[in-house]
Ligand binder design. Structure first.
Ligand code: AMP
Length: 516
């Protein structure tokens, strides 16, 4: 089945239902959305003569045309290659070339930069700028095409990993993978009703965009913020206006939203479900979020290779205050989603007993087919059908998974493993601490020593001594940071994740300068 059928079906049942909003403004209903997608598809297939399986790159900011472009691509039996709009034009160019894209949709504000690094000599046959006059005239004149059938295994979404080490790799997701992900949303994350709305506050090229499927399927509303991204004040206003609003947010975004709602006593009742994930949510932060905004949160743990679908921590689990293991569960990422198996294994692939830390592995229908044109990387990532996530964690006897860190972030000091997350959780108990990231610095004596980068809330104070005392109270002595660096902000990537690689690099460079 082709993913485009989700839209075809909804457009038949609820043609007049509002589909896309730009801020508060209604842009189109489901009949119009499906029609525009079908005209784009017609152009790609009949005029450009693209063939099934061809890749079409989408280098666009969050905007009202995003979904019609994606569905147009699927409608035509082609595969979408989403490119994060915040990438440098050269990085985008790499993805266009590596994927062998034959057409490109690019937002007007990104087009000039991309043309400067020249995609002209690539195999692109056409570049479209959604919203401009030639695009709109194409949508007026192109006949409506029939949706092309797709096999379940056909490539639908070629997503490039953020590539903190080496070149980004293209993760191949099929129609079937994404349909499975959609079903997991209903079963494990949230129910969706037609009067719900999803707001895209995070890049649509990533997981946030994939959450369109459950909402298209149920004929719900899709809201693109005017800012195209994350602005707490705007989101609160949009939620109050549209009501029953869900969204996906990285934990750093949740934190900012909660701080805003708390500071101005905003009415948060317009939010239905805020799904958080993509990085660690600290216990203190989710406690505050629940206290300030109430039972409106659910967590997912996933990665590009099994998007949004490894585990989930439901609203019910988050709010079961009387459960004896509620505190542990708050710190966990929940239980395996319905269509995957999850286990924790040692370096030989043997399943470990409960509460033992090892690598998290996942198997099931949403797991990728492999990496694009990269059988070696695929063979390393998928062994005996299990995807090796690169995340370290432990599972309790009830099946709740608690993540420690990515294996490459684990600090080995004096032969002992130190999980940065554990130290970070303790430092965040100090009310003056706003954000923190703990990394290892190479050390001739210990192998590595622990360094904490700490940012402080405006108007509050703390000290290295106070933080050290907190650590002595909560964790083993050898895990305490040897050094505290007080900084204004922490470096983050385009999805709001703290870049430990940048912090480690900074420490390494300082080390080199001192020894030079
Ligand atoms: P990406 O492929 O860029 O989406 O990054 C996936 C990685 O983000 C995972 O392998 C985890 O290390 C991290 N991650 C995703 N969800 C969570 C979560 N709920 N809690 C902690 N880390 C997470």
């Amino acid at each position: 089945m082709n993913l485009a059928q989700l839209l075809v079906r909804t457009a038949r049942i609820f043609p007049e239902a509002p589909a896309i909003f730009f801020g508060r403004r209604l842009v189109c209903n489901y009949r119009e959305l499906a029609e525009r997608a079908a005209r784009i598809a017609g152009h790609l297939r009949n005029t450009l003569k693209l063939s099934p399986g061809d890749r079409v790159a989408v280098f666009m900011t969050n905007n009202p045309e995003y979904l019609e472009v994606l569905y147009g691509i699927w409608y035509a039996g082609l595969a979408a290659v989403p490119i994060n709009a915040k990438l440098h034009a050269r990085e985008a160019e790499f993805i266009v070339r590596d994927s062998g894209a034959t057409a490109l949709f690019v937002s007007s504000d990104l087009a000039a930069g991309l043309m400067n690094v020249s995609v002209e000599d690539s195999i692109l046959r056409a570049v479209f700028i959604p919203g401009n006059s030639s695009y709109e005239s194409l949508l007026r004149t192109e006949p409506i095409a029939q949706a092309e059938p797709s096999e379940p295994d056909d490539l639908a979404w070629l997503f490039y990993t953020s590539g903190t080490t080496g070149r980004p790799k293209g993760v191949m997701q099929s129609h079937f993978n994404l349909l499975a992900m959609t079903m997991c949303y209903f079963t494990d994350v949230d129910q969706v009703r037609q009067d719900d709305a999803i707001v895209y506050a995070a890049p649509m090229s990533h997981g946030a965009g994939l959450y369109n499927f459950p909402h298209v399927l149920m004929g719900a509303r899709h809201v693109i913020p005017d800012s195209g991204g994350f602005d707490p004040e705007e989101l609160v206003a949009l939620a109050a206006h549209h009501r029953n609003v869900s969204m996906f947010a990285a934990p750093t975004m949740v934190k900012r939203l909660v701080e805003h709602v708390d500071a101005v006593h905003a009415d948060a009742t317009g939010f239905k479900t805020i799904v958080y994930g993509g990085g660690p949510m600290y216990v203190e932060d989710i406690r505050l979020a629940l206290a300030v905004m109430g039972n409106r949160f659910a967590q997912i743990y996933g990665q590009g290779e099994s998007p949004m679908t490894i585990t989930a921590l439901s609203k019910a689990h988050l709010t079961a205050l009387d459960h004896p293991r509620h505190a542990e569960r708050l710190a966990s990422v929940g239980i395996a989603q319905s269509l995957v198996e999850v286990r924790v294994a040692d370096e030989y692939g043997n399943t470990l007993p409960p509460d033992t830390v090892g690598e998290v592995m996942v198997k099931g229908t949403p797991v990728m087919k492999g990496y694009w044109n990269n059988p070696e990387a695929t063979a390393q990532a998928i062994r005996d059908g299990w995807l090796l996530t690169g995340d370290m964690g432990s599972m309790d006897a009830d099946g709740f998974l608690t993540l420690r860190d990515r294996s490459k972030d684990v600090i080995i000091s004096g032969g002992s493993n130190i999980y940065p997350r554990e130290v970070e959780e303790v430092l965040l108990l100090d009310p003056a601490v706003h954000e923190v990231s703990v990394v290892g610095r190479p050390d001739p004596e210990w192998g590595e020593v622990v360094v904490a980068f700490v940012s402080i809330h405006a108007g509050k104070q703390t000290s290295a001594q106070a933080l050290d005392a907190l650590c002595l109270e909560h964790i083993a002595r050898f895990k305490r940071p040897k050094e505290y660096r007080f900084v204004d902000t922490l470096p983050k990537n385009n999805y709001g994740k703290v870049l430990k690689t940048a912090l480690r690099k900074q420490l390494m460079e300082e080390e080199h300068e001192q020894t030079a």
